[in-house]
Design a protein around this ligand. Structure first.
Ligand SMILES: NC(=O)c1ccc[n+]([C@@H]2O[C@H](COP(=O)([O-])OP(=O)(O)OC[C@H]3O[C@@H](n4cnc5c(N)ncnc54)[C@H](OP(=O)(O)O)[C@@H]3O)[C@@H](O)[C@H]2O)c1
Length: 345
């Protein structure tokens, strides 16, 4: 049995879902993969849970915010360095807010963890968008893994397919519906909602954030296509290289026009390496009913890889919610430690 020490940064929607999942899946991880998940610490902005011994996920995952500080393992002002210096390396799980311009606070957490030879599994995108090459090179130098499925469309497998299943191909082009929120809003607009009505509904259901700009202005899709193209096609895109369009100005007339032509309006993230200058962009596109992403609706996502030897490969689905994101983090952790790829007999 391999012990896997886990330190979780952030206990918001994703962090809490991850703690729940560790509790739920620890038996499966032991039996199927020989991994003993040990949640050693959970940190928030003002302190964290740390007791030296593994925390009981069932004990803290459901605690209301007002009860956290009453828990015996709660340490006010707990800092990541306090934890990293007293726990044997395992995986730092990064679930703090995304800032696509500074990369913080994730950038500092990931750098500190790599310095101490911890593996990293990230759901936050900022650090990788801001310093993709630097962080990946540093992880390699330290001999540890830096995984970020959670940041690259989470429960929709994108990086794993590109890096593992399509090994040996040239990925010539990628098209993706990578943001569940914008796809949900466009789907509701096809059902006669206005943009504002659809957005309001998405916010009421907890699908869209109170400040939806990262999603509706196309930043989220731009960050994801950057991470995917840089990872699977060896590109060096920065955010400023990616032409970006959002969905704020989509009108019911735009939706109807596409519908009358038998098309569907989607926010597509694209990468194309076939021209002289590879490019990545996020743009509203009316796609034909023969397109593999035509029927990807609601919060579903999808990605199509166009390759030189395996033809066109499409993946669709994946839960666009905190539990799906937590599951993508857990998948990365399992794959960091997995020794072999034999069937689960
Ligand atoms: N929500 C999704 O379905 C989803 C999907 C894919 C990726 N993501 C990414 O996952 C990340 C987390 O999302 P979320 O929805 O869980 O966010 P959230 O609900 O806002 O939670 C963020 C958490 O991070 C903590 N935090 C902030 N700064 C910190 C610091 N310096 N040190 C330690 N903890 C800190 C906050 O602590 P306090 O409670 O003390 O403020 C809070 O617990 C984001 O980067 C997001 O882009 C989310």
């Amino acid at each position: 049995m391999t012990p896997v020490n886990l330190v979780l940064m952030g206990m918001g929607n994703v962090g809490r879902a991850f703690i729940h999942l560790v509790g739920e899946k620890s038996g499966l991880c032991r039996e199927r993969y020989g991994l003993n998940l040990c949640l050693k610490a959970v940190l928030k902005t003002n302190g964290g849970f740390f007791a030296g011994r593994p925390l009981d996920p069932g004990d803290i995952a459901g605690l209301p915010a007002s009860e956290l500080a009453k828990h015996p393992a709660w340490k006010p002002g707990l800092h990541l360095d306090d934890v990293l210096k007293s726990v044997n390396p395992g995986v730092l799980v990064e679930c703090t807010p995304t800032n696509l311009h500074t990369g913080q606070p994730g950038l500092s957490h990931i750098t500190r963890a790599l310095k101490k030879k911890w593996h990293v599994a990230a759901a936050s995108k900022g650090a990788l968008v801001v310093n993709f090459k630097g962080l990946n090179a540093f992880a390699r130098k330290q001999g540890v893994s830096l995984k970020y499925s959670g940041a690259a469309a989470a429960a929709l497998p994108t990086l794993d397919v590109g890096l593992f299943s399509l090994a040996g191909t040239e990925i010539l082009r990628i098209e993706g519906i990578l943001t569940g929120v914008t796809n949900y809003i466009l789907t509701r607009m096809e059902e006669s909602f206005s943009f504002q009505e659809a957005l309001k509904e998405a916010q009421a259901k907890g699908i869209a954030e109170p400040d939806p700009s990262l999603d509706v202005d196309g930043w989220d899709s731009a960050a994801k296509i950057l991470l995917i193209a840089n990872s699977v096609a060896g590109m060096s895109f920065s955010l400023k290289d990616i032409r970006r369009e959002g969905i704020r100005n989509v009108t019911p007339e735009d939706i109807q026009k596409a519908g009358k032509e038998g098309k569907s309006l989607k926010l597509l993230a694209r990468f194309d390496r076939r021209k002289d200058e590879p490019k990545a962009e996020v743009c509203l596109t009316a796609i034909e009913n023969t397109h593999p992403l035509f029927s990807v609706s609601g919060t579903n996502k999808g990605i199509v890889f166009f390759t030189d030897t395996m033809g066109q490969v499409t993946v669709t689905g994946g839960k666009s919610d905190p539990r799906g994101t937590a599951a993508a983090l857990l998948k990365d952790i399992i794959n960091i430690y997995r020794q072999e790829w034999s069937p689960c007999l």
